[in-house]
Ligand binder design. Structure first.
Ligand code: FRU
Length: 622
């Protein structure tokens, strides 16, 4: 027993209503042992301990102490000198006493005065930039989409989630469900960080043949447990209540790297019909490794693919492996390996690429030369993209809409991280090569709340259209653009503060560009200031008007399209712009932070004319 008890403070819960017949008052007391360990004693616990957060603070170690070896300390940035927001920390139900230990937070930190007991946690939105129609967690941090699976009419979106602050940490699988890919219901996290490690990314399948023995149609999740102690190992958990709760397999892990690889993660499992087996693809440093299994618990190594292919400045992450018909022809099926790379984006940071080829049940054979890089999206905020399993004839992908360069410092507080719109993937041929298109799913039409049609016009002179948008500027703009000798045909989304996102076809360079250098807030985080000396050479040459990690223009080659007329479909939300050209041959996803919603569209042409037809502006809302 420690002798150096410095202070003992008592605090009553202030937020709990008492009734005459409920005299069991919740009581909270802090026992500071030394300067960096505090024991929190709670009598008659409420549902939550409400913890004050300051993002610039170091992480404290907060543990619900039940005396079990399975107790896990969560890393929480408790406020030291000012409170920015609060997060709930669940307490055990039906107990008389609970003990929470808090390590690495000084006894004179401000948090001790504002920790509270409560039965509710207010999740009403407090973020200016929370999207109107994109999925976000109610509060806390989100990165990759995980374990996407469709079952019994529900799309399950699990995601890399920190429930204890809006910066990366304490990886859990958060959980939301939807019946239409647009309206999401927030559920409790499905898989929590444990003593084997953070619950990193992975996948979920429906066990139709009861291969794993947890019942027919059990949902089986595969994820990476990641910790300094155990490294990165693949684990399994199952759910028999439609994905609400998962039980971890008692003999986890099911797969460890045979060569001690440090980067070995993000298992994607799929049923491979010809072999009547389950297959797993795992990112393994600069390769993707294939394994197969009959019972999902014992995995046999088959092969690996990747080293030297495409853009590869760092390890591969978050694989997916899907089969699609080329040009809709089911007699010509191709396999596509989706690979997420970070860093490696030509515009800096994170990006998604893919390889098209054939799979013989053991090895993947890529159709193209090692040097060829095909990109799934040409914006800067499209990462960790993976697809739903069990969607029959459709392949639907969901990206995380951010970039590791600045994901932790975007001007958002209550939640941090959104998904880009779900996209339907398809293969098309262009100049003898097979490419993958990513188009916003047709369910997005359900967001439309009224449409204004604009008469066709020619861009001899510029034209400014005032946009009737949905809530907070949410809208979708569709049009057909036919450049007629113009060297540039542009569309500026503008607000009354003079902020603008400039979208233009640069016909000389044959590029579609989205320039966000003047889009609103453009500088935050450590690299907020323009770089006097930018060392990352490729970013200077490849991106347009590069100022800092955020303020730049991203571009896509128009050669992916048939040309002559381009169909643009532009989705604008509170802090994002997504463009889909010609059914997703080009997809471009970028965050923007205008300080007032964009409400007009300036259309212009330089060096010639352009015809704009079939323009429609849809108000979007939920
Ligand atoms: C990709 C990633 C994954 C990992 C997860 C951790 O963004 O780095 O490789 O599983 O994030 O949160």
């Amino acid at each position: 027993m420690k002798k150096n008890i410095i202070r003992l403070t008592m605090a009553m819960a202030t937020t709990v209503a008492f009734t005459a017949c409920a005299p069991q008052k919740p009581v909270l007391s802090f026992e500071h042992q030394g300067d960096t360990l505090t024991i929190v004693h709670i009598t008659n616990p409420t549902k939550y301990l409400i913890l004050p957060i300051q993002e610039s603070c170091n992480e404290g170690k907060v543990k619900l102490d039940t005396g079990s070896p399975a107790d896990m300390a969560m890393d929480i940035r408790l406020a030291v000198d000012s409170v920015e927001y609060y997060v709930p920390f669940a307490l055990p139900k039906g107990e008389k006493e609970a003990v929470v230990t808090i390590g690495r937070v000084a006894a004179d930190a401000i948090c001790w005065d504002s920790i509270q007991l409560a039965d509710t946690f207010n999740t009403a939105n407090t973020d200016y930039y929370r999207p109107v129609y994109h999925h976000t967690p109610l509060y806390g941090w989100m990165n990759d989409a995980n374990g996407l699976v469709y079952k019994d009419g529900e799309y399950h979106l699990y995601f890399q989630y920190n429930p204890y602050g809006s910066k990366w940490g304490n990886m859990h699988w958060g959980h939301s469900v939807s019946r239409d890919l647009i309206h999401w219901e927030h559920l409790d996290p499905a898989i929590a960080r444990d003593t084997l490690g953070h619950i990193f990314s992975g996948s979920t399948v429906i066990d139709k043949n009861n291969s794993a023995g947890y019942g027919q149609d059990a949902m089986i999740a595969f994820y990476t447990s990641a910790s300094d102690e155990h490294g990165q190992i693949q684990c399994m958990a199952y759910s028999t209540d439609n994905g609400r709760t998962y039980t971890k397999y008692e003999k986890n892990p099911v797969l460890t790297p045979f060569d001690g690889l440090k980067d070995f993660r993000d298992p994607k499992v799929f049923w491979y019909e010809p072999a009547q087996k389950w297959y797993m693809i795992v990112s393994a440093d600069k390769n993707m490794r294939f394994y197969s299994s009959s019972d999902m618990k014992n995995w046999e190594y088959l092969s690996q693919f990747g080293e030297g292919y495409g853009a590869q400045p760092n390890q591969f992450e978050c694989p997916d492996f899907i089969q699609l018909p080329v040009d809709g022809n089911k007699d010509n099926m191709k396999w596509v390996m989706i690979v997420n790379i970070n860093p490696g984006c030509p515009f800096g940071g994170s990006a998604t690429e893919y390889f098209v080829g054939d799979f013989d049940g053991k090895e993947f054979h890529c159709d193209t030369d090692k040097k060829v890089t095909k990109r799934l999206d040409f914006g800067k905020d499209h990462y960790a993209t993976v697809c739903f399993s069990n969607t029959e004839n459709r392949v639907i992908a969901v990206p995380w809409m951010s970039n590791w360069q600045y994901a932790n410092v975007t001007p958002i507080r209550q939640y941090r991280g959104a998904n880009a719109l779900p996209r339907e993937l398809s293969l098309y041929t262009r100049n003898g090569e097979v490419y993958m298109a990513a188009n916003a799913v047709k369910e997005t039409e359900g967001l439309r709340k009224g449409t204004s049609s604009i008469d066709n016009f020619s861009l001899a002179d510029e034209k400014v259209i005032s946009m009737e948008t949905g809530q907070d500027g949410a809208c979708e703009i569709e049009m057909d653009v036919t450049p007629d000798k113009a060297s540039v045909v542009g569309f500026q989304l503008m607000n009354e503060k003079g902020e603008k996102t400039d979208i233009y076809l640069d016909m000389k360079a044959a590029r579609l560009v989205m320039d966000r250098t003047k889009s609103g807030l453009i500088a935050f985080g450590e690299k907020a200031e323009p770089h006097a000396k930018e060392t990352d050479e490729h970013r200077k040459t490849e991106s347009v008007n590069y100022i800092n990690d955020f303020a730049l223009g991203t571009w896509a080659p128009l050669s992916l399209c048939e040309g002559k007329t381009y169909h643009l479909d532009i989705f604008i939300d509170k802090c994002s712009v997504e463009i889909f050209v010609d059914g997703g041959r080009i997809a471009m996803t970028n965050l923007v932070f205008p300080t007032a919603p964009y409400n007009s569209l300036r259309c212009y042409a330089q060096g010639g004319n352009a015809e704009i037809s079939n323009m429609k502006i849809h108000k979007l809302g939920m």
